[in-house]
Design a protein around this ligand. Structure first.
Ligand SMILES: NC(=O)c1ccc[n+]([C@@H]2O[C@H](COP(=O)([O-])OP(=O)(O)OC[C@H]3O[C@@H](n4cnc5c(N)ncnc54)[C@H](O)[C@@H]3O)[C@@H](O)[C@H]2O)c1
Length: 369
């Protein structure tokens, strides 16, 4: 593992002799260090990973996760000795519900249940819930503690780690947000058993992105018919942790994590967030930024799209320039020299239009194919 100056990463995979299950722990050393715990069934021992005693806890979740898993998490909280109180708020869920209205509902619950500085929010769900709950924690009383209990592949591999929180504002994805690190991240792989196949694949797009960035060997493992999820997800998380630790506030290197996202975000926005899930759009964005055989094989294995032929890539150039990574007349675009060797270079509209003109040649027939 590459370490930046003054940064240490400790990663451990421990087997529990009793249950025959393994567990992975990854330390994140930022200004507010925290641990990521990963394993099957570990949410049953939540109190081992997060300080709960003497605190009021608000669980923020969405309807689907609440219907499937909230009562078991509440059972876990009820068994914690000395918990000062617990409540929950159930949001509608989905990207269209990642807005100020949802945030307001969380604030209202925080107010009604009288949570103060010393108390705790539990973000229990996918990336949408994690981003909203994290932003509520970042802003309530100028910042209270929160832990992430992610329940999707995307949230485990990506969004629950790194402290980016926020909500969408009109068509601006994550237009209002803050950096706020969780106190802990508890990834219980058992939650993935109820995840629909499309959502599983959706998250795999971010895993594939991480593999392309810094762990090309993972691309091979990802092609296996029955991969070890703990192994795959922990390697993807390590790639992210490694980058985030060196650049927590995205002043430079963290922008590498946007590989495939410039085109992906533009595509999502073009379709008003209705056609593709985030990871699916990123999969197509990866094919725009760095088409190569190992990428194609991994996308094929997870039934991820490689192109959206209904869109002319040149039409997305203006949308790509609305990206948050725009700097005046240029945009910081993430390229891949080869798997494991990404770099960032500023491109202007003309260069992006030229790239768009050459994109997806393999997947499209007709002129220019
Ligand atoms: N903060 C970050 O660094 C970061 C990084 C990447 C993505 N994101 C954000 O993450 C969001 C996408 O996250 P997502 O893909 O997890 O979407 P999501 O939170 O909408 O979850 C997807 C769907 O799966 C359901 N679900 C969740 N867990 C389930 C389970 N265990 N079983 C069955 N159904 C379950 C949800 O109810 C929802 O319908 C986007 O808003 C994106 O902007 C944030």
């Amino acid at each position: 593992m590459r370490n930046g100056p003054g940064v240490s990463i400790s990663v451990g995979r421990i087997s529990s002799a009793l249950k025959g299950h393994s567990m992975t722990r990854i330390e994140v050393r930022t200004d507010n260090p925290y641990s990521i715990h990963m394993g099957r069934g570990i949410s049953g021992s939540l109190a081992q990973y997060a300080r709960l005693e003497g605190r009021r806890v608000l669980v923020v979740t969405d309807r689907r996760v609440a219907a499937l898993h909230l009562s078991s998490l509440e059972g876990v909280l009820d068994s914690v000795k000395g918990l000062a109180g617990r409540g929950s708020v159930i949001l509608p869920g989905g990207e269209t519900g990642k807005n100020l209205a949802a945030l307001e509902r969380v604030y209202r619950a925080l107010d009604e249940q009288n949570l103060g500085r010393g108390d705790l929010i539990i973000a229990f769900g996918g990336g949408v819930v994690g981003d909203i709950a994290g932003f509520a924690a970042a802003t309530w009383n100028r910042g209270i503690g929160f832990i992430q209990v992610p329940t999707t592949v995307l949230a485990m591999a990506d969004s629950s780690v790194g402290g980016k929180t926020g909500v969408d504002y009109r068509l601006r994805k994550n237009g209002v947000g803050a950096f706020h690190q969780p106190e802990a991240v508890v990834m219980d792989l058992a939650y993935l058993d109820s995840l629909p196949a499309r959502q599983l694949s959706n998250g795999m797009a971010e895993v594939i992105k991480s593999a392309l960035l810094a762990d090309p060997g993972l691309l091979g493992d990802l092609r296996e018919p029955d991969p070890d999820m703990e192994e795959i997800l922990s390697r993807a998380v390590r790639v992210k942790v490694d980058i985030v630790q060196r650049d927590p506030a995205e002043k430079g290197e963290r922008a590498l994590l946007n590989l495939g996202h410039t085109y992906g975000h533009a595509l999502e926005s073009y379709h008003r967030y209705r056609k593709w899930l985030h990871g699916e759009a990123v999969a197509i964005g990866l094919m725009f930024a760095c088409p190569c055989e190992p990428l194609e094989a991994a996308l094929r294995r997870w039934n991820l799209p490689m192109d959206d032929p209904s869109v002319e890539p040149r039409d997305l150039v203006p949308l790509m320039f609305q990206d948050k990574k725009r700097m005046g007349a240029t945009l910081r675009f993430v390229f891949l020299e080869s798997p494991g060797n990404p770099y960032i270079r500023e491109v202007d509209q003309a260069e992006l239009a030229e790239m768009a003109g050459k994109a997806f040649r393999k997947t499209r027939k007709g002129p220019g194919a």
